[in-house]
Design a protein around this ligand. Structure first.
Ligand code: PEP
Ligand code: MG
Length: 754
């Protein structure tokens, strides 16, 4: 039963409704006389009553049903139980409640990220609570833990807004791309994910109806095309499914319900679609007839198909706010690319971490970004004024008049710092004792080519070739790729450019080639895919090599290497392709070949790989992910993703030593290279090149300018003796304070605390 509760409650976007339904469902389903939810207000160590079964949200002057419930509600309404002990035995809480007329009480903590965020109290007149019931409520609390936090935040925000107060607590996420901005929230949902669609009001009925009927038409065409293809191999019964699908979507079915919902509930077309489909699914799931129950999946499928069409049309027609802050469960590259130039000022993602690819891309184009803002829900952010601090990971939703002045001061303070750092832009990168450091840039997006050219970097240390692949409609042809690569090689020549071969998998998906895996980060990624599709790989190699004709600044690098045989195969392909191109009359040279050190096994074998390749580049984003067994894209474990873990520092030092012992060049192109705290350790380790987003170069030069090589080396020596990452970070933090650079490391404060 509780699984159905989970599903039903997960679909409720409205916070008041969520807690009301929660209490009512539990009270009815478990035969409990009263169920209450109390928020733990950590700031003043108190419990605030949120909702009571059959009475509802207590701030809303509830309708009181039974006399007993009424007395109970009256006695508890707006009551705040003062207690510092609520989490440890709930002693004071229990004594308060026992004084009321329910002698049997059970209290279940609602825990999120190790903190008790709320208490669920269940009350009966007589019958004691048994273990099974306790376990059921506990399970429900675990399953709905993230949602509880979101809904509590939403309640607090609307309470603050309704009473004209300022929402005092900013939402906390992971700082991802520096910068402070004010803008208007614009929410986006993942493609064809009904659950993730947020509830937005209806703005224009005619226009929404027009989009809906076109989407429905397209879905019907798809269904009929599919039925045409499959009908030869299907029985009559099976083929009938397709006509049932068609009927489901036409004017008398789903479409009529959606139109009605838009009119009656004033919801926009996507929200109405979600509401109708989920409601119909739940109705079907609860009927006894197994055939009808199974139709719930069909409705869901049809709903997703319609949604996909709605999203693509609406994307094209969308009117974005002048200063858009994009807010989504997971913001995609397509979402970013859809916004007209100059209108996007910031990104806020509810999922993901600093090392997710969307975060890396945001850094590359210099867009202030906060990731993993778990407590925020999309409904709160739509159309409201938002302040986003990409340095500290803070997001204020619904900025008030009173806050404006303070926030503008913060923005100008940050602006002052970046202007100061930019004064070194044209200077060579050197430590304070004049040790020259080679800084290169990472490229991928077309637009960051201009940025890269405007900052003096010594070369391109990583061109992520998969990004242009993602923006195509199908695998790009050799000539399309050649043009793209030649543009970069020519723009940078004679400086070296390292182009990385296609690196898809993990969180990098091609819109035209989707596949699902249980463990995408341990699966078909990077070189593994390319070696299974030599036609794709060879086309790409040919495009790169022919593009370099007459320029000769091309270096080729392969990602996700873990075995020697993979490198041998790459070497074989490269030799063949270069021979082929020469035979066809291209005047080309054999490019330098390198591998990325992303898998710990590859780091341990640098000496062996040295026989096959010309250079190495450490991809610290993946190396840390695999060393620490922490998914780089998962906000739940993002606090464990720490590049300053002593084991990482030791492996990096060993990699540099091994590469140098074999006289090979070794660079680092992961995000650690752009981390002000990382820069000083990496220089001391002896990396030949640090490669980073163009937007990180100013800060790196600024840091180098303030520290001497010998100080960096001393700090590294001490760091390598530390037992854990927090000790390393505390050490570096102290050094930055001493050098008067605390403002630059504010962004890493939370990592020191952990
Ligand atoms: C890395 O893993 O550090 C890297 C540079 O590659 P990507 O972030 O594209 O996986
Ligand atoms: Mg990588």
């Amino acid at each position: 039963m509780w699984q159905q509760w989970v599903e039903r409650l997960s679909a409720i976007d409205d916070a008041v409704n969520f807690f009301e339904t929660f209490c009512d469902e539990l009270s009815n389903g478990l035969s409990v006389d009263a169920v209450l939810v109390w928020e733990v207000v950590s700031a003043d160590h108190a419990l605030r009553l949120i909702s009571i079964s059959q009475v509802g949200y207590v701030q809303d002057q509830p309708v009181e049903l039974s006399p007993k419930g009424s007395v109970f509600a009256q006695s508890l309404r707006s009551q705040t139980v003062s207690s510092t002990e609520h989490a440890a035995g709930h002693a004071v809480f229990l004594s308060n409640v026992k004084a009321l007329e329910f002698p049997v009480t059970l209290v279940v903590p609602w825990v999120n990220k190790g903190q008790t965020v709320a208490l669920i109290s269940l009350h009966r007149c007589a019958e004691a609570f048994d273990d099974a019931l306790t376990a059921q409520v506990q399970s429900l609390a675990i399953c709905l833990s993230d949602l509880c936090v979101k809904r509590l935040s939403s309640l607090n925000l609307s309470c603050a807004q309704a009473s004209g107060r300022v929402a005092d607590m900013p939402f906390q996420g992971f700082p991802c791309a520096p910068g402070l901005v004010l803008g208007t929230g614009f929410t986006v949902s993942p493609v064809a994910d009904l659950e993730a669609v947020s509830m937005k009001p209806l703005l224009n009925y005619e226009s929404d109806m027009d989009i809906l009927s076109k989407a429905v038409q397209s879905v019907k065409q798809d269904i009929s095309a599919l039925s045409g293809i499959l009908s030869k191999n299907l029985s009559k019964d099976q083929a009938d499914i397709f006509s049932a699908y068609s009927q489901m979507v036409d004017r008398h079915g789903l479409m009529r319900d959606i139109a009605e919902c838009m009119e009656k509930e004033h919801l926009c077309v996507q929200s109405a679609l979600k509401q109708v489909v989920l409601k119909t699914m739940h109705q079907l799931e609860s009927v006894a007839d197994p055939y009808l129950r199974a139709r719930a999946v069909d409705i869901q499928d049809v709903g997703r198909r319609i949604l996909a069409y709605l999203q693509s049309t609406q994307r094209a027609r969308c009117v974005y706010p002048e200063r858009t802050i994009l807010v989504g469960e997971e913001v995609s590259l397509m979402d970013i690319a859809s916004i007209p130039e100059g209108q996007l000022v910031g990104i806020c993602s509810l999922e993901g971490s600093r090392y997710s690819h969307v975060g890396i891309l945001a850094r590359a184009i210099g867009l202030p970004t906060v990731m993993g803002v778990k407590a925020l829900s999309l409904e709160m952010a739509e159309g409201v004024e938002i302040f986003l601090d990409g340095c500290n990971g803070e997001v204020i939703v619904g900025v008030s008049e009173q806050q404006q002045h303070r926030l503008h001061l913060k923005i100008s303070d940050h602006h002052q710092l970046t202007t100061q750092m930019a004064t070194l832009r044209q200077e060579p990168a050197r430590t304070s004792d004049n040790y020259a450091v080679s800084l290169w840039v990472n490229l991928g997006l077309g637009s960051d080519l201009h940025q890269a050219l405007s900052v003096p970097a010594d070369g391109v240390g990583l061109f992520r070739s998969e990004v242009p692949f993602m923006l195509c409609e199908y695998f790009p042809s050799e000539s399309t790729q050649r043009l793209m690569y030649r543009q970069i090689l020519r723009a940078l020549a004679p400086k070296p450019v390292i182009i990385r071969t296609l690196d898809i998998g993990g969180d990098k998906r091609l819109p035209y080639f989707d596949f699902t895996e249980d463990n995408p980060y341990l699966g078909w990624r990077g070189l593994r895919f390319c070696l299974d599709h030599p036609e794709v790989f060879r086309t790409q190699l040919r495009a790169m090599i022919t593009a370099s004709e007459g320029l000769n600044n091309l270096h080729i690098m392969v990602p996700m290497v873990s075995h020697m045989h993979e490198v041998k195969t790459v070497r074989r392909y490269l030799d063949t392709v270069v021979d082929e191109c020469l035979a066809e009359g291209f005047d080309v040279q054999m490019p330098a070949l390198g591998i990325m050190i992303e898998v710990p096994a590859a780091a341990m074998q640098i000496r062996a790989f040295s026989k096959m390749v010309d250079f190495f580049s450490v991809g610290s984003n993946d190396l840390v992910q695999y060393m620490l067994a922490v998914d780089r894209n998962n906000a739940r474990v993002a606090h464990l993703f720490n590049c300053f873990h002593p084991s990482i520092l030791r492996l990096l030092q060993q990699s540099v030593d091994d590469a140098h012992a074999c006289r090979k060049h070794i660079s680092i192109c992961g995000e650690l290279a752009a981390d002000p705290l990382g820069v000083i350790l990496l220089v001391a380790m002896g990396f030949d090149t640090l490669s980073m987003s163009a937007t990180g170069l100013d800060a790196a030069k600024w840091v180098l300018h303030k520290f001497s090589l010998s100080t960096c080396q001393q700090l590294l020596k001490q760091a390598l003796l530390c037992d854990d990452a927090s000790a390393v970070l505390a050490l570096l933090h102290r050094a930055f304070h001493a050098a008067g650079m605390s403002r630059l490391v504010g962004i890493h404060e939370e990592r020191v605390i952990q």
